[in-house]
Ligand binder design. Structure first.
Ligand code: NAP
Length: 245
């Protein structure tokens, strides 16, 4: 039985991951800011087979409370084997362009809060020389685009941070897995027109749980996004600047 901490547990992708762990009989500690949804999900996961399913309500932008939340999770489950960090918001790019405050808030939600969590968790796992840390970043972080560069640059920070953390923790038996989904049909993208490139949360969750089991490094979800990002990355800047993507 694994002890899994799911941060941003009301995310559609995270909930699907938690269902897979529940079906295995793992213990789950769920962190999210909507208490009613959190309690409903915890109850559902117990029915699905979770050994335990605790709920912890907090706004993850309250970084000063991260250490206390981690202590509570460790105490409740008598340790943590796996952490999945899944919270995020799809920034309103136009609103960010008009407001420094909005831009910095989005960077806090999508990057700085995650970096605070990673720093706290890394030190705990490094001390016990064990554990797997998984983070949902995004293909949007691979190259900034006019349409979503605030969100994209926050995800780029998360991707670069986890790359360095992976190197640091390699000698401590701690795995750091970075997931880069493309378009996923979740509440975050509810207003978007869906098409061929879109994936369902259950399929993305299956790849995430598998990637964590295999202690992979960076995983594009679905895999074809690796090809898409490679094409996008080789476009020269002079050409890229003139494109509308
Ligand atoms: N959907 C996509 O196309 C896509 C693509 C690439 C990467 N991702 C990433 O995948 C992850 C999961 O997103 P999703 O697609 O599953 O979307 P989602 O269902 O909208 O989940 C996002 C979750 O983040 C939570 N959250 C946001 N800010 C928070 C805060 N300050 N404190 C606590 N919780 C907060 C939201 O809680 P509330 O419900 O309470 O607001 C929500 O549960 C995110 O990191 C996202 O950036 C998504």
């Amino acid at each position: 039985m694994k002890k899994v901490l799911v941060i941003g547990a009301t995310s559609a992708i995270a909930e699907r991951c938690a269902r897979l762990w529940a079906a295995r009989g793992d213990a789950l500690y769920l962190v999210a800011r909507n208490d009613e949804r959190l309690q409903n999900i915890a109850g559902d996961l117990k029915i699905r087979g979770a050994a335990q399913a605790y709920g912890y309500c907090m706004d993850l932008n309250d970084v000063d409370s991260h250490a206390g939340m981690l202590e509570a999770a460790e105490a409740a489950m008598a340790g943590i084997d796996i952490v999945l960090i899944a919270h995020g918001t799809l920034s309103n790019q136009k609103a960010c362009e008009r407001s420094v405050e909005e831009t910095l808030y989005e960077i806090k939600t999508n990057a700085l809060s995650t970096i605070s969590l990673l720093t706290n968790i890394a030190n705990r796992f490094e001390a016990k020389q064990a554990g797997t840390i998984a983070v949902i970043s995004s293909v949007a972080g691979d190259r900034g685009r006019a349409g979503n560069y605030v969100y994209g640059s926050a995800k780029a920070m998360v991707t670069a941070f986890t790359s360095g953390l992976r190197q640091r923790l390699n000698k401590s038996n701690v795995a750091v897995v970075t997931f880069k989904p493309g378009f996923v049909d979740t509440p975050m993208t509810a207003s978007f027109k869906k098409g061929l490139l879109w994936a369902k949360p259950a399929a993305v969750a299956a790849k995430i749980v598998q990637g964590i089991d295999k202690k992979k490094d960076e995983v594009y979800v679905p895999t074809f996004w690796w090809v898409v990002k490679t094409i996008i990355q080789i476009i020269p800047s002079k050409v890229f600047s003139k494109l509308t993507l």
